[in-house]
Design a protein. Structure first.
Length: 60
């Protein structure tokens, strides 16, 4: 995913599902070359490259 799209998702009022290595994540913030994400259902946070994120659609 491109950095601009990550920022759009982060700023969106809608909940948009994003996955990292097949796991749903919540985007917490953006750094210069990475996104700070939390794995859904856990307290695990990490910085991951933008290109490793996959948008899967709007959450119900």
């Amino acid at each position: 995913m491109e950095k601009d799209r990550v920022k759009e998702i982060l700023d969106s009022p809608e909940k948009i599902e994003v996955k990292y290595l097949g796991e749903p994540v919540w985007i917490e913030g953006i750094k210069s070359n990475t996104a700070n994400v939390t794995v859904m259902g856990t307290c695990k946070t990490m910085d991951v490259p933008f290109m490793s994120l996959e948008e899967t659609g709007k959450m119900e």
